[in-house]
Design a protein around this ligand. Structure first.
Ligand code: PMP
Ligand code: GLN
Length: 401
């Protein structure tokens, strides 16, 4: 069938989401998981756990289906989940929220990010400051919104931004400063100085802070400090999170946005036309998860810290230089000592050479900055201990061409 390009296609092309032949370019995660499946390699690429989350949460979803929670949820989300999100923010961080006006349930953090960016920016004169490398959907959504992405580099090995570079990136054109803490792909947790500077700059230039905190419960030497808790931040911050990472349920795609009522309303205005609502039976189940005792959340962090340590030891033994993540699922290595000059090519060859999949950091940066991350690779620690041990052995026995 001949394809007649429509406005949507010109937009997707303009946003750089289409290949020159008009085909859609898969995300690096889809591509690398397909490579793992095709080669039988261990998948330390895409960040998803290989074990299910807490039984009580799984049971609650099954019970919701059995008891008829199977039609559309209210647009903002079920009141009980709105309340559970507000209770969680109060219990863990001391943040007070009106569940009916300051909380919105979304289809994962991904939809929350898309709706937020589409709600807050719309013209080529609007700028969105991001920390680079950045989670892939940030650049795609900023491009779809028509605004300009302004990256602030995070450099190996500690991946904290230079405060002067940050200050010079934020101007009166900045509509949004997009923070991701703990940070994907680097595993860094921003220092208090960095968070303070973001708040100071947001005030100075009247920007909104959007913070993606999906790894909030995966901080190894906690506590996690939400930027919304800093003085003067709450009034101009939209915080985004999701049940995916905290409860090892990445396929459930149940997330939320919290913040000032007028900003949350703007996000809802867009969100209702993206998906209207997400899967109903997951909402009461995530509410059960958010109300689990403190000990559950502490164990999530300590188990991931132990896995990251195990992965780090294995990667070091295999000859990589290894950064020290402070949170998240991820550990970044420099593969130069193993002969890598191009992380992308290295990762494509890795399944054949070692039976392991990782993600090149070059996938998380604008094309002109790829050279700065040319030999860096991200590995995910959110896998069973046996899988991490097996991966370490395979990498240590890697053959050289
Ligand atoms: N933000 C970051 C930083 C992520 O790593 C991910 C990946 N899970 C998301 C957002 C998307 O979260 P969700 O699966 O809840 O849409
Ligand atoms: N957040 C996951 C990661 O960084 C991937 C999610 C996705 O495939 N879009 O690995």
């Amino acid at each position: 069938m001949r394809h007649i390009p429509g406005a949507w296609q010109r937009t997707a092309r303009g946003a750089g989401l289409l290949a020159p032949d008009g085909s859609s370019v898969p995300t690096i995660f889809a591509e690398m998981s397909a490579l793992a499946a095709a080669t039988g390699a261990l998948n330390l690429g895409q960040g998803f756990p290989d074990e299910d989350g807490p039984e009580a949460v799984l049971d609650a979803a099954r019970a919701a289906i059995s008891s008829g929670v199977n039609q559309y949820a209210p647009g903002r989300g079920f009141p009980d989940l709105l309340a559970a999100v507000a209770e969680h923010q109060q219990r863990v961080y001391g943040i007070e929220l009106d569940p009916q006006r300051e909380v919105l349930i979304t289809v994962g953090a991904t939809e929350a990010l898309a709706a937020t960016l589409l709600a807050l920016v719309d013209s080529p004169d609007d700028e969105v400051v991001v920390f680079e490398p950045y989670y892939d959907s940030y650049a795609a959504c900023v491009a779809l919104s028509g605004a300009k992405l302004v990256p602030v580099p995070l450099r190996w090995p500690d991946f904290q931004p230079d405060l002067e570079r940050l200050a010079s990136a934020v101007t009166d054109r900045t509509r949004v400063i997009l923070v991701n803490d703990p940070h994907n792909p680097t595993g860094t947790v921003f220092s208090r100085e960095v968070l303070d500077e973001v708040v100071r700059l947001a005030h100075r230039h009247d920007a909104i802070i959007v913070t993606d905190e999906v790894y909030e419960h995966l901080v190894f030497d906690g506590p996690h400090v939400p930027i919304a808790t800093l003085p003067g931040a709450a009034e101009r911050t939209l915080s985004i999170s999701s049940g995916g990472k905290t409860f090892s349920l990445t396929g459930w795609k149940t997330g939320w946005v919290t913040g000032p009522a007028d900003l949350v309303s703007a996000v809802l205005a867009v969100k209702q036309y993206l998906t209207y609502v997400g899967g109903s039976p997951f909402q009461p189940a995530i509410a059960v998860g958010l109300r689990l005792p403190d000990a559950f959340f502490a164990s999530v962090a300590s188990e991931m810290a132990a896995k990251a340590a195990l992965l780090g030891t294995g990667l070091r033994a295999a000859g990589f230089e290894v950064s020290s993540p402070a949170g998240s699922y991820f550990t970044v290595v420099d593969a130069a000592p193993l002969g890598a000059t191009d992380a992308d090519a290295f990762c494509r060859e890795l399944p054949a050479r070692a039976g392991v999949v990782g993600i090149p950091l070059t996938a998380f940066v604008t094309p002109e900055h790829r050279g700065d991350y040319a030999t860096l690779v991200r590995f995910a620690a959110c896998k069973r201990v046996e899988v991490l041990r097996d991966a370490a052995e395979r990498l240590a026995g890697m053959t050289f061409n």
